[in-house]
Structure formats: structure tokens, C-alpha cells
Design a protein around this ligand. Structure first.
Ligand code: ADP
Ligand code: MG
Length: 616
């Protein structure tokens, strides 16, 4: 080679060598085995491929110390055990063409070899025709022992001290709680498409999950995710053009802040796919706020020849032969079901969530009013002028109907010297509410149509932003701590954001591996939404990368809070509430940084109207 190709490097020419097998396998393991949950995936897939009807998982220390998977499947003959742990040895592909007809979850013949390269691996197994089972023990890929052993039909794979010889990976592992969370999530992805297989998960000897066999796929969902939204699941069933789609989708009222509630399976394997994601988004368009995600469990079956699953080391992504078919079939299957159920779409101005009861709504408003009580605007943030009334959603104190309203009114605090406040208009322009969603009012130039939720949300967001800039939000201590069940990984993510929680006025304590107790909650939020809010918050924090700045996160959370605290589409408003909302409008009007990216109001000038009526 010409050294001129590498002018900056004058080190001695390296010799090309074939990598030692151990290194090759460590590199391969790096692709497939990222954390204990990846081991669970590979071992349970093997058990399912072996036709198991029951799979038991036992873990210690989040899988770092021990991960054991036992099945009652076909087993491995004693003379094949060594092959099973050899790289690129598989019983699932016999000839090249098989690669294009994959009917099994595994086929690359890498998993056991990879795991053996980075742990202490023991396999014992017996086939039904053998009287005795075989056993093999591999440590960092060296076969330490092989022999006969008494064991039931089936296979037990034990993985100890994962990454004992890859310190970089071991360091990268998170707390036992977090790893356990990933394992639970992995188990859900494996168990959902196989309701006919029993699963058990033990951690530190304690049974965390026991998923019974059932012919009803809803039972599996219930066992994994509780029955909170079970009644809101709509069944999907479609079989056209060689693509079978089954499963359940949640009504739009049940939704999440991230796509974490979306389970997509292709031929029994959990996948991620942008075409499917796009089709889902499209199907729910107009039924959900753009920032919300539906919950669903979709199982697709297609001839394995129609899809290439060999494009990703963990097979989580696929390549479709005809992605248009997949897109259009999924879109129409979902649309059909959603339309059949005559849901109350948000685009028709009716709420997609169950309405708060009168008392709840009153309580909510009281809190908002309390929150803004005594509020004095801070010096104008980021250079936009505050030249408005300091009151926000609390209403003028001299209202004659004051006592009839379920709101606590307040008098506007005295103006801050040096700033000018336009008086709260005595002769307020007329306002009407349309479809309990839009406010229409007159302006000097013409008329204004306001989205009541969007506007209120904006106002609250701006107020929250100013408040938190000065420290923390007011908090209310709960008389009885509110328990919230969450996945361990979600709990972990909450506990990792102590500072953020403190600034929001949220105080937690742990209550068990899957429960936290909320002791204090932001004063402006209705405690009735604690569970919903904490679930969303945990979702959001889990998604946040570690690099994400607390400040940025806080503003996203404020955004979430504002959305929850604001009046909704569908909420009836009193005349006074409407007037105040409109009054507050100019508070945010000058801010160009709309956090939600959609307009809060539409403006029609007289000229527009005249043109429409052909007066000009
Ligand atoms: P792959 O699953 O891609 O074939 P693995 O390394 O995961 O590769 O497994 C290698 C082989 O070991 C499999 O092809 C299978 O024959 C055998 N094997 C592994 N786990 C089990 C099990 N639980 N039951 C029966 N056979 C198994
Ligand atoms: Mg495998």
C-alpha cells in the first residue's frame, strides 16, 4: 500500500489477520445482546421455537447475576449441545432458500454462541426419547464441562454474570429496577402474540408475573396491562390480499403521550415499522390530539415470502415486499372499526375523554383560580412586553354573579409601578360559545374565532413558565398518599428526575417494585388526574435521553400540565369565563413562541367578510 494514502499516519503497516473466534463472537454479541432483556428475548424465542407450552423465567439482580429460562419444549439431544453453542449453528435453516420462508423466531444461529461469549452459560436439556438429559457449561466461550444429567423433557438455559468479561457493557447497565423493567417489557412483547403459552417471571424468588394460558387474547392483555382500558378495546379482524390483521385497538379516549402503548406483531414477532406507524397515525387523525398516541395490539400475518426479516440483527425491523399493501390494509382496517363505533371525535368539537363530572370540573376550576390568586407578572420574559392585566383565569372581583359561580374570583392585584395595564374592559364585546368548543367575538377590525382549549392552555403555560422561573410551583400535600402503579422502568425514570419533580411540587415515595405513592402534587392540578398525569410524566421522562437538559424537560412538562389544567373542548363556559379568557388573550398574543404549534384563534377582518358576502 502506498503510504501517501495515509500521509498523517506513519505507524507500521498492520497485518491483516483473521480475528480469533472469541473476539468475533464478542463483536456479534455486541449487536444482539445489549442488556439482560436481550438475553430474555433470545432464550424465550428459542423456547417458543421449540414448541414450549410453558416458559419460566427466574432472574436475580435485574438479570446481572442470573437469568434462567426453562421450557417444556422439544429439547436438544445430548450430542447436539455443543453445536447449539457454536456460532452460526442452527436447526432452523437447512438450506439457503429457507432464509426466505422463515417460520421460526430464530434462524441466525448466533444467540447461544453470543451469550456464551459474554457470560457463564449452562444448558441442560432432554428430548422425550432420551432417558437422561445432557448438560453443557460454557464460560466466556470456553467449554468447561459436558456430561449427562437427570432433568425433565425440555430445556433450561442459565446465564450467570452477564458481561463479566466485557466491563464496558457491564458498566453501561442500569439499576436492577430498570433492567427488570426492560425484561418485563420484553416479556410482554414475547407473550402477547402467544396467549396459548403459559409464562412465569420470578425476580429474587418473588413471582412478578404469571400469565395463564387462555384462548381469549384479551386475557393476556389483562394479565400484562391490567383491565383499565379493556372495555375500551375494539376488536380488529381483516383478511384480505394475503394479509391477515387481528387484534385490538383502543378507543381514542384511551391514549398515551408516547407510542409505548403500541404493540405491533408480524407473524408472531414484535416489530417496529414506520409504514405501520404512519397508517395508525392516519387512522386516528382527527380523533386524537396530534401529541397523543393510541393504544393498540395489532397482529399481522403474511406469507413469510412477502417480507424480509433478515435486515436487523435483532429482527425488530423488517422489509416488506409491498409496503403499500400493508399501509392501506392497516389504515382501512382501523378506520373501519373506528368509524363503526361512532366515536365522539375531537374534530367535531366534542371531547374524546369522559367528561369530568360537575363536581370534578368545579374542583378543577377552583384550583386554577387558586393558582392564579395573587399572581403578579414577572418582568417580561425574553423581552416580550407584559402590558396586560395581571389576572389570568381568575375573574373580576366585582362580578354581580360572583356567588353563583363555582369559581373563586379575585380582585386584580395593584398594578406594578412603571407598567401600564389596560383596564379590564367594562364594556366587553359580546362573546358566544359554539359547540362548547369555540368562542366567537367581535374585534375592532372584524371578528375572532377562538379555540377555547388552545387559548386557555397557552395562557396557563405562560403563567407556569413565569412561575417556575422564580423557583418551584406551589404544591399541595395529600392527606392520603395516592398510589400509582407503573412499570419498574418508569418508576426508575421518575426517581432519576428528583430535581425536576421537586420544582414541579411533586413528592413521591416508593411503594413496591411497581407502585409509587404520590405525597404532594402541584396545587393547580386536580388530584383526580394524579394517575393519568404521573403515567404521562413517567412515559415522557423515560423517553427523554440522558443528554436532555432539565430546563428543556421542565418546559415540556409544563406544557403537559397546561394541557391538563385547561378547559377542554366540550366544556361549557359561563359568560364570565368566556369574557375573561378573551380578556387574557392579549397576554399571550405578543409571544411568538407558541409551544403547541397550532393557532389559538382565527381572525376574520370586515374586509374578509365583505368579500365573502360579495359586498365589495
Ligand atoms: P437460532 O435460534 O437462531 O437457531 P440459537 O443460538 O438461539 O440460534 O440456538 C441454536 C440452536 O440451539 C437452535 O437452532 C436450536 O436447535 C437449539 N436450541 C436453542 N434453545 C433451544 C431450546 N430452548 N429448545 C430446543 N432447542 C433449542
Ligand atoms: Mg435463537
Amino acid at each position: 500500500m502506498n503510504s501517501a494514502l495515509n500521509p498523517d499516519q506513519n505507524h507500521t503497516m498492520a497485518t491483516i489477520r483473521k480475528l480469533p473466534d472469541l473476539l468475533v463472537n464478542k463483536i456479534a454479541a455486541g449487536e444482539v445482546i445489549e442488556r439482560p432483556a436481550s438475553v430474555v428475548k433470545e432464550l424465550v424465542e428459542n423456547a417458543l421455537d421449540a414448541g414450549a407450552t410453558a416458559v419460566r423465567l427466574a432472574i436475580e439482580d435485574g438479570g446481572r447475576k442470573l437469568l434462567r429460562v426453562s421450557d417444556d419444549g422439544s429439547g436438544i439431544t445430548q450430542d447436539q449441545l455443543l453445536l447449539a453453542v457454536t456460532p452460526h449453528a442452527t436447526s432452523k435453516l437447512q438450506q439457503e432458500e429457507d432464509l426466505f420462508h422463515i417460520h421460526t423466531l430464530g434462524f441466525r444461529g448466533e444467540a447461544l454462541a453470543s451469550i456464551g461469549a459474554v457470560s457463564h452459560l449452562r444448558i441442560s436439556s432432554r428430548v422425550a426419547t432420551a432417558l437422561e438429559g445432557g448438560e453443557i457449561y460454557v464460560a466466556g466461550e470456553r467449554v468447561e464441562h459436558q456430561g449427562l444429567v437427570g432433568c425433565p423433557v425440555g430445556t433450561t438455559v442459565e446465564v450467570r454474570d452477564l458481561f463479566f468479561n466485557v466491563p464496558a457493557r457491564r458498566k453501561f447497565l442500569k439499576s436492577a429496577q430498570t433492567e427488570l423493567g426492560h425484561i418485563q417489557e420484553q416479556l410482554a412483547r414475547l407473550a402477547l402474540p402467544h396467549p396459548d403459552v403459559e409464562f412465569e417471571l420470578l425476580s429474587g424468588g418473588r413471582q412478578l408475573r404469571h400469565l395463564h394460558r387462555s384462548t381469549d387474547p384479551r386475557q393476556r392483555i389483562r394479565d400484562l396491562h391490567g383491565d383499565e382500558f379493556l372495555d375500551d378495546l375494539l376488536a380488529i379482524e381483516r383478511d384480505e390480499h394475503g394479509l391477515r390483521i387481528t387484534g385490538f385497538i383502543a378507543k381514542p379516549g384511551q391514549n398515551r403521550i408516547s407510542a409505548a402503548g403500541q404493540y405491533l406483531f408480524l407473524n408472531g414477532r414484535y416489530i417496529r415499522d414506520r409504514y405501520l406507524q404512519h397508517a395508525i397515525r392516519e387512522a386516528y387523525r382527527g380523533l386524537l390530539e396530534p401529541s397523543r398516541h393510541p393504544i393498540l395490539y395489532l397482529h399481522l400475518s403474511i406469507d413469510p415470502e412477502q417480507v424480509d426479516v433478515n435486515v436487523h440483527p435483532t429482527k425488530i425491523e423488517v422489509r416488506w415486499q409491498d409496503h403499500n399493501l400493508v399501509y392501506s390494509q392497516v389504515l382501512s382496517a382501523l378506520r373501519e372499526v373506528l368509524l363503526q363505533h361512532d366515536l365522539t371525535p375531537a374534530m367535531h368539537g366534542r371531547r374524546a375523554e369522559p367528561p369530568l363530572t360537575g363536581a370534578e370540573a368545579d374542583e378543577q376550576r377552583r384550583r386554577i383560580a387558586d393558582f392564579f390568586k395573587g399572581y403578579v407578572p414577572s418582568p417580561s420574559p425574553a423581552g416580550w412586553p407584559v402590558e396586560s392585566s395581571p389576572t389570568t383565569i381568575a375573574f373580576p372581583g366585582n362580578s354581580p354573579q360572583r356567588s353563583e359561580l363555582a369559581l373563586e374570583f379575585q380582585s386584580p392585584p395593584p398594578p406594578i409601578p412603571g407598567t401600564s395595564f389596560p383596564p379590564i374592559t367594562e364594556a366587553a364585546p359580546p362573546v358566544i360559545q359554539l359547540h362548547r368548543t369555540y368562542l366567537v367575538t367581535e374585534t375592532p377590525e372584524g371578528m375572532l374565532v377562538i379555540d377555547q382549549h388552545a387559548l386557555h392552555e397557552r395562557i396557563i403555560y405562560d403563567q407556569l413558565r413565569q412561575r417556575i422561573a422564580g423557583g418551584t410551583l406551589e404544591s399541595q400535600r395529600l392527606l392520603i398518599p395516592e398510589p400509582v402503579s407503573l412499570q419498574p422502568a418508569h418508576i426508575d425514570s421518575l426517581l432519576h428526575h428528583e430535581e425536576l419533580l421537586a420544582r414541579l411540587g411533586i413528592e413521591l415515595s416508593t411503594f413496591g417494585p411497581e407502585t409509587i405513592a404520590v405525597n404532594a402534587f402541584p396545587a393547580m392540578l386536580n388530584p383526580a388526574i394524579i394517575v393519568e398525569f404521573m403515567t404521562d410524566l413517567a412515559d415522557r421522562l423515560l423517553e427523554a435521553s440522558h443528554a436532555q437538559h432539565t430546563e428543556v424537560l421542565i418546559h415540556e412538562v409544563l406544557d403537559m400540565m397546561a394541557c391538563k389544567a385547561a378547559v377542554k373542548a366540550g366544556d361549557p363556559l359561563t359568560l364570565q369565563e368566556m369574557a375573561t379568557l378573551i380578556e387574557q388573550r392579549h397576554l399571550i398574543e405578543k409571544g411568538s413562541n407558541c409551544p403547541h404549534g397550532r393557532p389559538t384563534s382565527l381572525r376574520f377582518t370586515l374586509a374578509d367578510l365583505e368579500r365573502q358576502f360579495k359586498r365589495t
